[in-house]
Design a binder for this molecule. Structure first.
Ligand SMILES: Nc1nc2c(c(=O)[nH]1)N[C@H]1C(S)=C(S)[C@@H](COP(=O)(O)OP(=O)(O)OC[C@H]3O[C@@H](n4cnc5c(=O)[nH]c(N)nc54)[C@H](O)[C@@H]3O)O[C@H]1N2
Ligand SMILES: Nc1nc2c(c(=O)[nH]1)N[C@H]1C(S)=C(S)[C@@H](COP(=O)(O)OP(=O)(O)OC[C@H]3O[C@@H](n4cnc5c(=O)[nH]c(N)nc54)[C@H](O)[C@@H]3O)O[C@H]1N2
Ligand SMILES: [Mo]
Length: 762
């Protein structure tokens, strides 16, 4: 029997240090922080080599985020956090076979996430046999045979589930979905289910495409930019450059967020130091400090003011939309008291910003997880759509929708088929290209995969990247669910908690990262990715791989497919020998990918078709853009309860913890903290560093997590915030957004109590 493996994330034993939150983002401290990090991890030669290739035309796409690159690139197209992501992958540290001999699963489980990631790159395939407590080396051939034997022995292909995290290239993702669907299932959950699924659903049904409609250039022509539920200073630092440039050209920027995030206060581009321009730019003109979940009410208020102030695009509304009247009636009927109470924003501020919306000739709305990870994630995005449609802000220069994507290729993965619920038109084209028939029954998304595992309906779980256990809700429940699975396979670069709290048997297949040279039979290969604005372009790594035993993701998928699908008409191994051959099939199998091999080689890549942006046309059922009508959601909680959001710190990439400091928020050395309004603390008679337990409440169920340190923070009364992934054990699995089924990681109803018998941190 395997000894029990605890799933709780142990703490790094560091002291909490607090300072005033920063108002200024980037600047010299960012340069210092990224250089220190890079030199420590990669050494000088690799640092210079790798950072000079990030986001360059002949280099690789930064694995940090999906923000697009400007056409006239400088030698500085990366940011502090992109540099950290590169250093993290290109690190010289390695975990070899001695490491896994020395550390059992139970030993590893007692280490923090920071420690696990810090050990370095995984360098050979590893197998954890049934009942064993240690991973052992295995050959590629034996590993792939184990997986294919298991897949072929299942009573139905639907007993296998295939997850994807959003770094996977277009080529690997396309091949992967072709393999999975040829094998016979649409069980293709992905990180998008927890991320921008609400954006896809909200936009798809109103403007006919589940993607944004702006180009980077549009920022320079906008009058007004709304940045809603997003922390670009940390998560999309290169976006601050676009905002700064827009600002210099006269655009107004409105920041809608429960927190005063640093980047949106003032911004200093590191490059300005080189041109001896020492001034920082004040970015946002207004910060509307909305309560968590208060955006629907706020949008309703802005729409109300807009309706009173005019500024409609009447011709557009009449000819190209439906639902205008009902939407307007609903907004007019919604009383101001309700809007002010639920949004937490004073009426005079809503009026000021509403008038700006009505006067603007070109408005862009940007958003991220602050909108999507809510029960009303889909409908609140549709309220943003309502607001912009009033003035016709779509398919017009300087205007449109900009859901800011997270993982660097999460949008591309969806475009090429990573989707548990593909449309018929997508599948028709795919069948035409692959020349085989594919299953049409929709598969499991992330939440439903976990439920299926809990019901012992999943026997093989394959993960193309990611850290499923830590990224998903309800860590305790999910850990138990995973332990029911017979075989879990993870294609990974670095060690994480999902390798430790895993299935009855487990395999780790180590792969090449973005930064590394990829050489196959026909020579050096490149891959392609799609950024947040629908541009598809090449990415080519240049560093020597961390080990000779690493394989590329396309090679891994193709080799597994060749072994598993004995009668497949597709020449899988041929495809892996030259990625041009994969791209040739993609041209035939995907809408918008004609002549892929030619167009992907263009200097700046190419734009995928986007009807609302390109021609103001809407591929909805009636060919029109839709205003939609939604009543305000119920955001009331009991008087002793708080609403919690889970956030990223400045020193992490999702579940990968680079360090323990959240520099802009002035929180250092400890991640198990709870940000709380100072008056709420006073009411409980709590001082800074009070040790508390948090209990979340959902439909009569309770989940408790102990030993959190309270700190005062500028957050609305009644709202609290903690870091992801530590707080995930409090997110109820069933608490998901309507329609998109995205876990409500920003809406967790909690009560707080003092931890008994605990010593306060000195
Ligand atoms: N360095 C770094 N870069 C990253 C990532 C990373 O972890 N590290 N992750 C990548 C990924 S996958 C993603 S999806 C993105 C995530 O990028 P973000 O969405 O910026 O990330 P979060 O930390 O989840 O921050 C959400 C923001 O929404 C606000 N918010 C929370 N609830 C509400 C609400 O109800 N209303 C409003 N208006 N605001 C709210 C929070 O205060 C916070 O500022 O970043 C990507 N880039
Ligand atoms: N409570 C809460 N939960 C959340 C969120 C939240 O805001 N709050 N955010 C959600 C969001 S937006 C997202 S996107 C998900 C993220 O969920 P995931 O995408 O599953 O998680 P990551 O932490 O990005 O995955 C990190 C792992 O990916 C592997 N990896 C890195 N690079 C590569 C590569 O090039 N190839 C391969 N094969 N593997 C690689 C490494 O082994 C690393 O440990 O989490 C979600 N979970
Ligand atoms: Mo994400």
């Amino acid at each position: 029997m395997r000894k029990p493996v605890p799933h709780i994330v142990p703490l790094d034993n560091n002291k909490l240090r607090l300072s005033k939150p920063k108002k200024l983002a980037a600047g010299i401290p960012a340069v210092v922080s990224s250089s220190k990090h890079s030199l420590k991890k990669m050494g000088l030669t690799r640092t210079v080599k790798s950072l000079s290739m990030v986001n360059q035309k002949s280099g690789f796409d930064c694995p940090g985020c999906a923000w697009p690159d400007p056409e006239n690139r400088t030698h500085f197209e990366f940011c502090e956090n992109g540099a950290k992501a590169v250093a993290d992958e290109a690190t010289k540290s390695k975990v070899g076979r001695d490491f896994f001999k020395k550390f059992s699963l139970q030993d590893l489980a007692s280490k923090s996430d920071f420690w696990l990631n810090d050990q370095g790159r995984i360098v050979e395939p590893l197998f954890l046999s049934k009942d064993s407590n240690n991973y052992e080396p295995i050959s590629w051939d034996d590993a792939l045979t184990k997986i294919s034997d298991r897949l072929n022995a299942l009573s139905t292909p639907d007993k296998a589930v295939f997850y994807t995290s959003g770094r996977t290239s277009n080529e690997a993702a396309f091949l992967y979905q072709a393999f999975i669907r040829s094998y016979g299932t649409n069980n293709l959950p992905d990180c998008s289910n927890m991320c921008h699924e609400s954006s896809g659903k909200g936009l798809g049904s109103t403007i006919g495409i589940g993607k944004g409609t702006v180009k980077l250039e549009d920022f320079n022509h906008s009058d007004l930019i709304l940045v809603i539920g997003q922390n670009p200073g940390t998560n999309h630092p290169r976006m601050l450059t676009a905002l700064r440039d827009a600002k210099k050209r006269g655009s107004k920027i409105i920041h809608i967020n429960p927190l005063p995030e640093a980047g949106l206060e003032r911004f200093k581009h590191p490059q300005d130091y080189m041109s001896l321009d020492f001034k920082s730019t004040k970015l946002s003109d207004f910060h509307l400090q909305v309560k968590i979940g208060g955006d629907a009410a706020l949008m309703k208020g802005l729409i109300k003011v807009h309706l009173e102030s005019g500024g409609f695009d009447t011709e557009f509304i009449e000819n190209s939309t439906t639902g205008f009247q009902s939407m307007c009636d609903n907004a007019r009927e919604t009383p101001w008291e309700l809007i002010v109470r639920d949004s937490g924003v004073e009426k005079h501020l809503i009026e000021k910003v509403g008038v700006l919306c009505a006067r603007s000739n070109a408005t862009i709305a940007c958003w991220a997880m602050g909108l999507t990870q809510h029960r009303n994630g889909v409908s609140v995005i549709q309220e943003v759509v309502n607001l912009l449609l009033l003035g016709g802000h779509v398919g017009r220069k300087g205007a449109g929708f900009c859901p800011v994507r997270g993982h660097s290729n999460v949008q591309g993965d969806r475009t090429v088929g990573i989707w548990e619920a593909p449309s018929d038109s997508f599948m028709d084209k795919m069948e035409q290209g692959l020349k085989i028939s594919l299953p049409r029954k929709h598969g499991y998304d992330v939440v439903n995969s976990i439920k299926a595992m809990a019901d012992s309906n999943v026997e093989v779980f394959f993960c193309m990247g990611g850290n499923f256990l830590s990224a998903t809700p309800d860590t305790r429940f999910t850990a138990n669910a995973l332990s029911n699975v017979d075989l879990i396979v993870q294609v990974s670069t670095k060690l994480n908690r999902s390798h430790i709290v895993t299935g009855k048997e487990a395999l780790i297949l180590p792969c090449l990262g973005r930064t590394e040279l990829d050489i196959q039979k026909s020579g050096k290969q490149f891959v392609s990715v799609e950024n947040s604005m629908g541009i598809v372009h090449m990415s080519r790594g240049g560093l020597k791989p961390a080990s000779e035993l690493l394989r590329s993701e396309p090679w891994i998928v193709a080799s597994l497919a060749a072994k598993t699908l004995k009668n497949s008409p597709i020449e899988w191994n041929e495809l892996a020998s030259s990625y041009d051959k994969i791209r040739d099939i993609m041209s035939e199998s995907l809408h918008g990918f004609e002549d892929y091999n030619i167009r992907v080689r263009e200097e700046n890549g190419f734009y995928l078709p986007n009807p609302p942006r390109d021609s103001r046309t809407f591929q909805t059922d009636d060919g029109k853009a839709h205003f939609t009508t939604h009543d305000l959601p119920d955001v009331s909680v009991e008087s002793d309860q708080y609403v919690m959001m889970t956030l990223r710190s400045h020193d992490q990439y999702n579940t990968t913890i680079y360090g323990l400091d959240d520099r802009y928020r002035g929180i250092k050395g400890n991640r198990r903290i709870l940000m709380m309004n100072p008056l709420d603390m006073l009411e409980r008679n709590w001082k800074t560093r009070q040790v508390i337990d948090i209990t979340s409440h959902f439909e009569g169920e309770e989940r408790t997590s102990g030993n959190w340190l309270v700190i005062p923070y500028e957050i609305p009364s009644g709202n609290i915030a903690a870091y992801f992934p530590e707080a995930n054990e409090l997110v109820p699995l069933d608490s998901t957004a309507e329609i998109s089924n995205t876990p409500t990681s920003k809406w967790i109803i909690c009560s707080l109590s003092e931890t008994s018998n605990s010593d306060e941190e000195e």
